[in-house]
Design a protein. Structure first.
Lengths: 314, 431, 282
C-alpha cells in the first residue's frame, strides 16, 4: 500500500520518534514489563521469584481491602477530575485577560503547584482540624463543622442532615467527608497546573474569532460557549486525560495527611500498592495490583478520548 | 510493511533487554589503593550533625588504615525505599540506620549479630536494647544506635484552665485518660495527643504491653491470645476516651509526627511521647507552658522505650568490618558526644552511667533528657512481636481498633475480628 | 452621558470587576501559602497556630530566613537543583516536541498504538517502577550522578502528549507551503512548526522545571553524595529524625520555591500570543 513512497520518506517519522521512545523504553517500558513479569510471581525481593501464574490477580479479586481502595479511588477521581476540568478552565479564563499586572496574578495562582505537598499538607491539616480555621469560620455562621479528615459520614448524608432530613447510610454514605477533604487539597494544588495548559490553549485562539463574534453582538457567555470551548477542545482532552491519570495515581496527599485513615476510607490505590510493595514486601502482589490500576486508567483514558476528543485518529 | 511498525518497538525492546542483562557494575567495594570501602547510611542527620559523623569517621579511618568509610545521609523518612532498591540491585550499604524492621527480619535480609559479636562486646550494651528492636526468634539482628525512653509532656496552661493542678500531672494511664476527659469537658481542648496509626514511638499495641497483656501469641506462634477480657477492658477505655473528646478526632487519620504538632499547636494538653529531642520543635513561648514528667504507668509498671538501630545486610561483602565499625559508632565515647548535641539516650551501660545525665540541666532539653534517662531502668523496649506478617497484623489491629473508635463496631467485635484475621495470617504464613 | 462615555464607564466597571474576581480567587488559592509565609516571619515568642491566625506577624522576623539559610548549604543545593532542572527542561523540550510532532503531523503505521503505549507509561504509580528503574540506572552506571537523575525523566509521556495536541491545532496549509518551497522535514519542524507552539513549549518548560525542582523520591534513591544533593533532599532532612522548628522549615521552603516562581515569571513571556499563530488563520 505504501509502494512507491521512498524508504527515506517512510523512515522519517520513525527517525523523529526514535530518540524519545528509546529513552521511554529504557526507563519506563522496561520497568513496566518487569512489573508485568513480577505480577505472575510470588516475590518478596529477597528470595528468588516463584511462578504463581494468575494467583496474584485472583487474590486481588478476593481481597476485601483491594475493592474498598478501588472504590475509594474511583470516587476520588469522580470528584477530582470534573472539578479540575471546570475550575482550571475558569481560572484560565480569569488570567487570560490582557490587563495590567496579570502576570503577577498568573504567577501567584501558580504557587500551589510549586509548594511541596509535605509543607502544603501541614497547612491544610491546620485548616481542616476539628478546631481549625475552617470550622472557626463556620462557627461564625453558627455551624458546627466536622473534623474534616477524620469524619467518615457520607457527604450527601451530611448535607441532607444539615438541611434537616434524617437519612441512614446506604446511597448517601459515599463519598465520605474525609475523602472529599483530601480531594479538595488535590483540586487546590492541581487546578493552577491545568490552568496553565488551558491558558496555552486560550492564547492559541486567534483573537479575530472572538472579535468577530463580539461585533456580531454575542455576549460573554455565548463567546465562551460557542467559540472558546470548541477551540480549546484538544486542550480539554489533555486536561481531562492527565487529570484522570493524576487522580487515579494520587499518593502524596494521602501519605502526608491521613495515612489512608480513618480505617482505609481515604486509602487510594497508589498508597495501597506502596504499602504492599514497601511495607509488606509483597512485590509480586503489588505488581499485580498496579497492573489492575493500569487497566483502570487505560479504560478511563479511552473513554476520555471518545467523549472529550475522539481525535486520536485525526 | 508490518515490519516498519515493529522496528522501533523491537529496537527499544532489544535495548531494554540488553540493559537488563548487561553485567552489573555495582558500587565499588574496594577503592584504587586497595582499601576496603564501607558504605554507612544514616537517616536525615543533615548538615547539623555532619561534623560529628565526619569526625567519627576520620578517627576510625586513622585507627584502621585499610578501611575507608563512605557516609550517605538519606534525607527523609523514605530510607526504606532506598534500602530496598539498593538490596534488590545488589548494591547494599554495609552498615545502615533503618527502621520498621519486621519486614527485613521476616525475609532474612540482615546479618545475625550474635554470631558476629563477642560476648564481651555484647555485654557493653544495656541488655534490653541489645535484645530489642532487632530481636527475631531468639537472635539479634541490629546494633542499638541510640535510644529514647518515652515520657510525658503536658501543657500547664491548659491544665490550669481546666482547673487541674499544673504541678500534678497524671501518673497512671487510667488517670491520664480521666484527666483527658475532664480537660475536654472544661476547656474544649483535647486531653491526650495520640494517634492510632502505627508509628515508631507509640504504636497502639504498646498499650497492651504496658498493661501486661503480653505476649499476644501462644508459645509456638500459631494462634493469637489477644481476644481476652483485659484487652477488651483496655480497648473499651480508649474507645470511650475517644468518644468523649479525650483524644483528638484526627487520631484516626493522621500521619507522621502529627501528634507532636497537635501538642505544640495547643490543641491537646498531654503528649505521652519520645524524649528530649522534640524540644527542637518548641518555641520560647511554648517552653514556658510546657510541663515534663515521667511517662504514666500501666499495670505492668514499666514505660516504653525505643531505639534506632544499625543493621548489616547479609549481602554486604564486608560484614565483619561493618560490625566492627558499627560497634565503634556505638561506643560510649561517641554515644556521649551524640547525646551532647541532641537529647537522646545512649544504649551502652558505660555511657548511660555517665555523670552527664545527672549534671544540672543547661536547658529544657537537658531537663527532659534526664527525666527520660531516669526511667531507663524502668523501661521495656517497644520491639514488635517477632511473628511473621507482623506489618500486616499491625495494620489490621489499627483498622479494627479505628472502626471501633469511629463507632462502626463494638470493642468486642473489633477484638474478635483481629483475632480471626491474625489467626488466618498465622495459618497462611506457616505453610 | 454620551454613549462613548457610557462605554468607557462600563469598561472601567468591567476592569474593576476583573480585578476583584482575580483578588478573591487568589486569596482562596493562596491562603495556605500565606500561612506558610506568615509562619516563616514569626518570632520565637509568637504562637504559630494561633486563632484567629496572625497573617501579619508582629514583629516581623527576617532572621528566620538567615537562620534557615545557615542550616543548609543552599548555594550548593540550588546549583545542583538548577543544573538538573535546566538540563532536563532542554532535553524534554527537544525530545518531546520531536516525538509529539511526528505523532501529530506525520502519517505512519503504528502511530495510534505508539500514542497509547506512550500514554500507558504515565499510568503506573512511580513507586512501582522505582525498583526496576533503579536496577536499569545502576546497570548503566548512572547511580550517584546528575545523569542518573536527569535521563530517566528527560522524556515523559505527558510532554509528548501535550506537544502532539499543540501541533494538531496548527493548520495544515502552512506545512504544505513550506514543503512546496522545498524545505526538509526537520527544517519544517524546527523552523516553521516549533515557533508556532511556543505557548505549549513554555507550558511544558514550566512544568518540567517545577517537576524536577520538586522531585524527591527518585533523587533520594539514586543519589548518594551530599555534593550532588538537591534542594528537596535538603529540605526533607529538616523534617528528618531530629527536625527543626516550623518557622525555619517554612522559611527554607519559601527559599526553595522562589526560584520556581522566578522561572515561571520568565517563561510567561512566551505564553502570550505568538504573532504568527494569529496570522495563520487569516
Amino acid at each position: 500500500m505504501n509502494k512507491g513512497i521512498p524508504f527515506r520518506q517512510r523512515a522519517t517519522p520513525y527517525a523523529f520518534i526514535a530518540p524519545g521512545l528509546l529513552l521511554l523504553a529504557t526507563f519506563f517500558t522496561y520497568p513496566l514489563l518487569d512489573t508485568f513479569w513480577l505480577s505472575l510471581h510470588r516475590y518478596n525481593i529477597f528470595h528468588p521469584p516463584v511462578w504463581v501464574g494468575l494467583d496474584n490477580f485472583r487474590r486481588a479479586f478476593g481481597d476485601e481491602l483491594f475493592w474498598r481502595v478501588t472504590a475509594n479511588t474511583l470516587l476520588y477521581a469522580a470528584m477530582v477530575v470534573p472539578a479540575l476540568v471546570v475550575v482550571s478552565f475558569i481560572l484560565a479564563l480569569l488570567v487570560n485577560a490582557t490587563i495590567r499586572g496579570i502576570r503577577i496574578f498568573r504567577t501567584a495562582y501558580y504557587i500551589p503547584v510549586v509548594t511541596s505537598i509535605v509543607v502544603a499538607g501541614i497547612a491544610w491539616k491546620w485548616l481542616y482540624n476539628s478546631d481549625g480555621l475552617i470550622n472557626a469560620l463556620l462557627r461564625g455562621f453558627g455551624i458546627a463543622g466536622p473534623s474534616w479528615l477524620a469524619d467518615t459520614r457520607g457527604v450527601p448524608a451530611a448535607l441532607l442532615n444539615f438541611i434537616g432530613l434524617e437519612v441512614t447510610s446506604g446511597w448517601f454514605s459515599e463519598p465520605c467527608i474525609a475523602l472529599a477533604s483530601v480531594a479538595m487539597v488535590t483540586i487546590w494544588k492541581a487546578s493552577p497546573y491545568y490552568m496553565i495548559i488551558y491558558l496555552a490553549g486560550l492564547q492559541g485562539i486567534p483573537p479575530q474569532l472572538e472579535e468577530a463574534a463580539r461585533v456580531d453582538g454575542a455576549g460573554w457567555w455565548r463567546i465562551v460557549r460557542h467559540i472558546t470551548i470548541p477551540s480549546i477542545q484538544p486542550y480539554t482532552l489533555v486536561v481531562s486525560i492527565i487529570a484522570t491519570i493524576g487522580a487515579l495515581r494520587t499518593f502524596g496527599e494521602v501519605y502526608v495527611m491521613t495515612s489512608g485513615g480513618p480505617f482505609h476510607r481515604t486509602n487510594l490505590l497508589a498508597y495501597y500498592i506502596y504499602t504492599l510493595g514497601f511495607k509488606y514486601l509483597e512485590v509480586g502482589y503489588a505488581a499485580a495490583v498496579s497492573l489492575l490500576l493500569l487497566v483502570l486508567i487505560l479504560v478511563f483514558a479511552i473513554i476520555n478520548f471518545r467523549v472529550a476528543g475522539g481525535d486520536a485518529d485525526k | 510493511m508490518r515490519r516498519s511498525v515493529l522496528l522501533p518497538s523491537l529496537g527499544s525492546l532489544c535495548l531494554a533487554a540488553a540493559l537488563a542483562f548487561a553485567p552489573g557494575c555495582s558500587g565499588s567495594n574496594q577503592d584504587e589503593d586497595g582499601k576496603i570501602v564501607l558504605e554507612f547510611w544514616t537517616i536525615a542527620l543533615g548538615d547539623a550533625f555532619a561534623d560529628y559523623i565526619n569526625g567519627m569517621i576520620a578517627d576510625y579511618e586513622a585507627q584502621n588504615p585499610g578501611i575507608r568509610v563512605e557516609w550517605v545521609d538519606v534525607s527523609g523518612g523514605e530510607v526504606a525505599e532506598k534500602f530496598i532498591a539498593a538490596l534488590v540491585a545488589g548494591d547494599p550499604p554495609d552498615l545502615a540506620n533503618v527502621y520498621d524492621l519486621p519486614r527485613f527480619l521476616e525475609y532474612d535480609v540482615l546479618s545475625n549479630l550474635d554470631s558476629l559479636v563477642t560476648d564481651e562486646e555484647r555485654d557493653r550494651f544495656l541488655p534490653g536494647f541489645w535484645r530489642g528492636m532487632g530481636q527475631y526468634h531468639g537472635a539479634n539482628y541490629a546494633i542499638p544506635f541510640y535510644a529514647s525512653v518515652n515520657m510525658m509532656w503536658y501543657n500547664k496552661e491548659i491544665f490550669a484552665a481546666a482547673g487541674l493542678d499544673p504541678e500534678r500531672p497524671p501518673t497512671t494511664m487510667t488517670e491520664m485518660l480521666k484527666m483527658g476527659r475532664i480537660i475536654h469537658e472544661r476547656t474544649g481542648k483535647y486531653g491526650v495527643s495520640w494517634r492510632l496509626h502505627p508509628s515508631l514511638v507509640g504504636p497502639p499495641w504498646v498499650l497492651l504491653r504496658q498493661e501486661g497483656i503480653w505476649p499476644l501469641f501462644n508459645e509456638d506462634r500459631s494462634r493469637t491470645t489477644i481476644n481476652n477480657p483485659q484487652a477488651l477492658e483496655l480497648f473499651e477505655s480508649w474507645i470511650d476516651a475517644y468518644k468523649h473528646g479525650a483524644i483528638p478526632p484526627e487520631a484516626l487519620a493522621a500521619a507522621s509526627r502529627d501528634e507532636v504538632n497537635w501538642f505544640i499547636e495547643g490543641r491537646a494538653a498531654m503528649l505521652p511521647f519520645s524524649g528530649g529531642w522534640i524540644t527542637r520543635y518548641f518555641d520560647k513561648s511554648f517552653e514556658g507552658k510546657v510541663g515534663m514528667t515521667s511517662h504514666p504507668r500501666g499495670a505492668l509498671g514499666l514505660v516504653p522505650g525505643t531505639s534506632q538501630v544499625l543493621v548489616v545486610p547479609r549481602m554486604s561483602p564486608h560484614r565483619e568490618e561493618a560490625v566492627d565499625f558499627g560497634l565503634f559508632v556505638t561506643s560510649p565515647r561517641y554515644q556521649l558526644e551524640f547525646c551532647s548535641y541532641v537529647a537522646i539516650l545512649p544504649t551502652t551501660k558505660e555511657a548511660a552511667a555517665d555523670p552527664f545525665f545527672s549534671q544540672p540541666p543547661r536547658n529544657i532539653s537537658d531537663e527532659a533528657n534526664q527525666i527520660s534517662a531516669a526511667d531507663l531502668p524502668n523501661s521495656f523496649v517497644a520491639a514488635p512481636p517477632d511473628t511473621k506478617s507482623w506489618s500486616r497484623m499491625e495494620d489490621i489491629l489499627y483498622e479494627e481498633f479505628a472502626k471501633a473508635m469511629g463507632g462502626q463496631q463494638s470493642a468486642q467485635e473489633a477484638l474478635t475480628r483481629v483475632e480471626r484475621k491474625w489467626n488466618h495470617l498465622l495459618r497462611f504464613t506457616a505453610l | 452621558m454620551t454613549p462613548l462615555e457610557q462605554q468607557a464607564w462600563m469598561g472601567r466597571l468591567r476592569l474593576t470587576g476583573q480585578y476583584v474576581a482575580l483578588m478573591a480567587v487568589g486569596s482562596v488559592l493562596l491562603a495556605p501559602f500565606a500561612w506558610l509565609l506568615a509562619t516563616s516571619l514569626k518570632s520565637e515568642s509568637a504562637d504559630l497556630f494561633a486563632y484567629p491566625p496572625e497573617w501579619i506577624p508582629d514583629p516581623v522576623v527576617w532572621g528566620n530566613f538567615a537562620k534557615a539559610w545557615s542550616i543548609l548549604p543552599f548555594p550548593l543545593y540550588i546549583f545542583n537543583t538548577f543544573f538538573i532542572a535546566i538540563t532536563t527542561v532542554f532535553l524534554t523540550l527537544f525530545l518531546c516536541s520531536l516525538t509529539g510532532y511526528a505523532l501529530a503531523r506525520m502519517r505512519f503505521r503504528g502511530r495510534k498504538v505508539i500514542l497509547y503505549a506512550v500514554l500507558a507509561t504515565t499510568m503506573v504509580p512511580f513507586q512501582v517502577l522505582l525498583i526496576p528503574l533503579f536496577i536499569v540506572t545502576l546497570r548503566l552506571g548512572l547511580v550517584d550522578s546528575y545523569a542518573g537523575v536527569i535521563l530517566p525523566v528527560a522524556v515523559n509521556a505527558f510532554g509528548i502528549f501535550l506537544m502532539r495536541q499543540a501541533f494538531t491545532t496548527i493548520p495544515i496549509d502552512l506545512e504544505d507551503a513550506a514543503r512546496i518551497d522545498g524545505c526538509g522535514d526537520f527544517t519544517i519542524y524546527a523552523r516553521i512548526m516549533l515557533p508556532l507552539v511556543k505557548p505549549a513549549m513554555a507550558t511544558l518548560a514550566a512544568f518540567t522545571f517545577v517537576a524536577q525542582w520538586n522531585d524527591f523520591l527518585w533523587p533520594l534513591v539514586v543519589l548518594k553524595s551530599r555534593d550532588l544533593y538537591t534542594l528537596q533532599l535538603g529540605l526533607a532532612s529538616l523534617q528528618g529524625v531530629f527536625g527543626v522548628n516550623w518557622r525555619y522549615i517554612s522559611a527554607a521552603s519559601i527559599i526553595a520555591l522562589s526560584p520556581t516562581i522566578a522561572f515561571f515569571l520568565l517563561t510567561q513571556r512566551f505564553f502570550t500570543r505568538g504573532l504568527a499563530a494569529g496570522a495563520v488563520k487569516e
